[in-house]
Design a protein. Sequence first.
Length: 148
Amino acid sequence: MLEYFLRRLSSPKMQSRSKGIQALQLLLVKPGREDDWLLDCIPSLRPFNDMQASILVLLRQAIQVENEPAWVTNYLEFLSTWAHLADDVETLAMDVSQLVVERNGLLSTMLKQWPKTFESLFDIFLMYMKKVICTTHRCQFFDEYLQA
């Protein structure tokens, strides 16, 4: 059921995406609490480890169609937090690059309103660069470079 509503986040129709978000909030956030359904509730689910790869893919798809800057910012924050455990950092970096190049108006708005957007983008690209360097050089080189 969770996957069904997460799939709706990448629907081409805004109404379907909105209904998916509302359903996820109703399912995951306990009444009277102000938890964020994406950043707080989903990682605390028992089957999160088993579903993590598919959740990351669905959110990568969602950043390509969502027009609400606040939601794209949350999706990027989630991806930057959890993508380090995934095998497809290259694909994530490519999807985020596509967001930067093809949706620069949205990205400009996000960067002005939410500084954490920059941190999320930086973390994603840094993960990618670390993976590239670690496959061509020793990882120690990268860690030493960051500490300098």
